[in-house]
Design a protein around this ligand. Structure first.
Ligand code: ADP
Ligand code: MG
Length: 369
């Protein structure tokens, strides 16, 4: 476990980069530090391997204060991947990856086998690539080697500072997938800096969102999406994920063939339709399919004994409706306000277009994620 205890950092020029950070990173957790440029992500990360020293506060790894550990020793047990990984151009891929395992005195057979395994895990055939030079690999492949290099020495912690952000979108997606898969197998503690919320949402067990040297929210991706702590978090999420519904109109989320019944039908017919389609309310329409009212199961049951009645006698006619083209957010608001489980969508003429229901809303939302 990595613990930050009230850690501050003031650089020599007086810049306060971190303002009393408290953070616990569990063993085997992939945590993403995210936030706008200059918020202190890299500073936070570099303190873990003592590339930056705190001005005050304490950092513990496995309960041990790292200011008491020799920095060189510390770094051998912490993998580090940066944006431009800087493979040594005159060394082959295998030689590049072997540097730290060698330094750590791991047996040659052991690390060579491990390097091959890791290359296979990220889809680079070892027999084809291990003896190549870095310049013979694409940017994405080189970055994969950077990840492997960090893993080859079997560190318990890996620090990754925007490792994929210089790559094209397709390579970036692939490396993210690789990382997820690698992490399933190796279960390291990974601290991953990113400025890309999509990336963080995709890979992180927990997201730590920072602003101006402080932690604003540290939570699982799902809780960040569902319960953004404030407007900053909301803006950073980008208002285009769960909230994408706001750009949709009611037609995008409605059922377009809701169960309808004609005004003049009797109550028994209404009851039969409800049973048949497993619904608890019916939209009552005239012969031009204009919406006239709604009949619920309760209304039917209450009046059922009266055999002379038709649906128009018992229906509720002043039901809330919403016009086609209206935003989904307005529909949700209206449903909440009136405590409705469903809301008919109509054309300006009164012609029925469809029905928004709680479950049609959920279906539409799920399709977007
Ligand atoms: P991030 O990685 O989130 O972009 P950094 O941790 O690199 O942010 O930087 C946080 C703040 O500290 C920034 O304002 C940056 O300019 C400042 N800073 C970073 N490194 C130094 C340094 N070596 N000397 C002075 N100021 C620095
Ligand atoms: Mg940075």
């Amino acid at each position: 476990m990595i613990q930050f205890k009230n850690v501050t950092k003031r650089y020599n020029d007086g810049m306060t980069a971190l303002k009393g950070i408290d953070l616990e990173i569990k063993e085997g957790e992939l945590i993403t530090l995210i936030g706008p440029s200059g918020c202190g992500k890299t500073t936070t990360m570099k303190m873990i391997n003592r590339l930056v020293e705190p001005s005050s506060g304490q950092i513990l790894i496995g309960g041990k204060d790292i200011s008491l550990i020799n920095p060189v020793e510390l770094r051998r047990n912490i993998g580090y991947v940066i944006q431009h990984i800087g493979l040594f151009p005159h060394m082959t891929i295998k030689e590049n990856v072997a540097i730290v395992p060698k330094l750590k005195g791991i047996a040659k057979d052991t690390y060579e086998k491990r390097i091959d395994e890791l290359m296979e895990m990220v889809g680079l055939d070892p027999s084809e690539y291990r003896d190549r030079y870095p310049s013979e690999l694409s940017g994405g492949q080189q970055q994969r080697i950077g990840v492997i290099r960090a893993l080859a020495a079997e560190p318990s912690i890996i620090l990754m500072d925007e490792p994929f952000s210089a790559l094209d979108p397709i390579s970036r997606e692939q490396l993210q997938d690789d990382l997820i898969q690698l992490q399933e197998e190796v279960k390291k503690t990974i601290v991953f800096v990113s400025h890309d919320m999509d990336e963080a949402l995709k890979i992180a067990d927990r997201i730590v969102l920072m602003q101006g040297g402080e932690i604003v929210q540290a939570d699982t991706p799902d809780r960040i999406l569902r319960r953004p702590k404030n407007d900053f978090v909301r803006t950073f999420i980008g208002g285009n994920r769960l909230n994408e519904s706001e750009q949709l109109t009611v037609e995008d989320v409605m059922v377009s063939n809701p169960v309808t019944v004609s005004l003049t039908r009797g109550l028994a017919h209404g009851a039969k339709l409800m049973k048949q389609y497993r619904v608890t309310s019916l939209l009552v329409t005239d012969k031009h399919r204009h919406l006239k009212g709604i009949v619920t199961k309760e209304m039917l049951e209450e009046q059922y004994r009266n055999e002379d009645l038709t649906l128009q006698d018992i229906m509720k006619s002043d039901v809330p409706t919403i016009l086609v083209g209206t935003g989904v957010a307005d529909a949700v608001e209206l449903m909440r306000e009136h405590g409705l489980y469903s809301l008919p969508v109509v054309h300006p003429s009164g012609l029925l277009a469809g029905l928004v229901t709680n479950s049609s809303l959920i279906d539409a939302l799920l399709k977007q994620i």
